[in-house]
Design a binder for this molecule. Structure first.
Ligand code: SF4
Ligand code: FES
Length: 289
């Protein structure tokens, strides 16, 4: 009988795969084969990380190394064989186990990736990154008509996860179901919890999130969110969201000053050896927002 060791239920629930024997559960390192090459790695590492460390390219859209895997885009699919059974699996949330044979280059893998990309194209016909991947994969005539006339969001959840899991703000979320599913601010109104850090826009793989600074207001589209910008301490131009400063102060040690500097003055400060005096006095030696 297969026994699931502590911590394994999560992997099994997440992946649905058979996860190994009693004996295997005790192994800190396991042998596995990737594209015919046998390697030994720590058990439970994500297959995608291991494959990429071997220099093998795998396309991804919903993966970020700083976030837990989510398995939404299905572009990272690989073919897995164990004890005579073969199946397709997303490698970003596939834990490496003893005796797996993983292939990244089979016909079935390429077919599955192309189908995933066709679906993503239908979902976000305006997303340049998806079009680029389609060109790279030689996908000239996608089978599915665009589900929406315009749009860039593929519902990969990266923005929601970075805001919740790294920034700790939870200022955006998924809403609605099925074809109406979308990423938005809670209740589709100005997100009070948003600190204006722009991490959501930075991780979005398709450019679906736009940050527009208009005078002393920062607008984050499509989340109906607006934030007040504080003036730069040095030049007085719009610089930093007012809510971002207390957020950063709570994150860094007390002795590290957090200042409102615009990008140009921040660069000037760095170039001048971190010695630009501020209007409010003092010299910054610290990272600035
Ligand atoms: S807005 Fe961007 S990061 Fe957020 S779910 Fe859509 S595609 Fe992913
Ligand atoms: S990167 Fe694995 S499913 Fe998107």
């Amino acid at each position: 009988m297969v026994r699931i060791a502590a911590g394994q239920e999560t992997c099994r629930a997440a992946t649905g795969y058979e996860i190994g024997s009693n004996e295997e559960a005790q192994m800190p390192r396991v042998k596995t084969t990737i594209n015919g090459q046998e390697i030994e790695v720590e058990r439970d590492r994500w297959a995608l990380d291991v494959i990429r460390e071997m220099g093998i390219e795998v396309p991804t859209l919903c993966h970020h190394p700083a976030l837990a895997p989510y398995g939404a885009c299905r572009l990272c699919v690989v073919e897995v064989t164990k004890r005579g059974s073969t199946w397709l699996a997303t490698s970003c949330d596939l834990p490496i186990r003893e005796g797996l044979s993983i292939r990244t280059d089979t016909e079935a893998v390429h077919r599955a990736r192309r189908t995933a990309l066709e679906l993503l194209l239908a979902e976000a016909p305006e997303a340049e990154e998806i079009r680029r991947l389609a060109r790279q994969m030689g996908l000239e005539h996608p089978r599915f008509a665009p589900r929406v006339e315009e749009g860039k969001c593929i519902l990969c959840g990266l923005c929601v996860r970075v805001c919740r899991d790294l920034i700790g703000a939870s200022a955006i979320c998924f809403a609605d179901r099925a074809t109406d599913r979308q990423v938005t601010s809670p209740f589709d109104v100005n997100a009070e919890a948003c600190v204006g850090c722009m991490a959501c826009a930075a991780v979005c793989p398709t450019g679906a999130i736009e940050v527009v600074d208009d005078g002393y207001v920062r607008r984050i589209d499509p989340f109906s969110t607006e934030l007040e910008l504080l003036p730069c301490e040095v030049c007085g131009k719009p610089a930093v969201p007012a809510k971002l400063l207390p957020y950063l102060r709570a994150k860094v040690p007390d002795h590290v000053p957090v200042r409102a500097l615009c990008p140009a003055c921040r660069r000037a400060e760095a170039a001048a050896g971190l010695s630009v005096p501020s209007r409010t006095g003092g010299v910054s030696t610290a990272p600035t927002p």
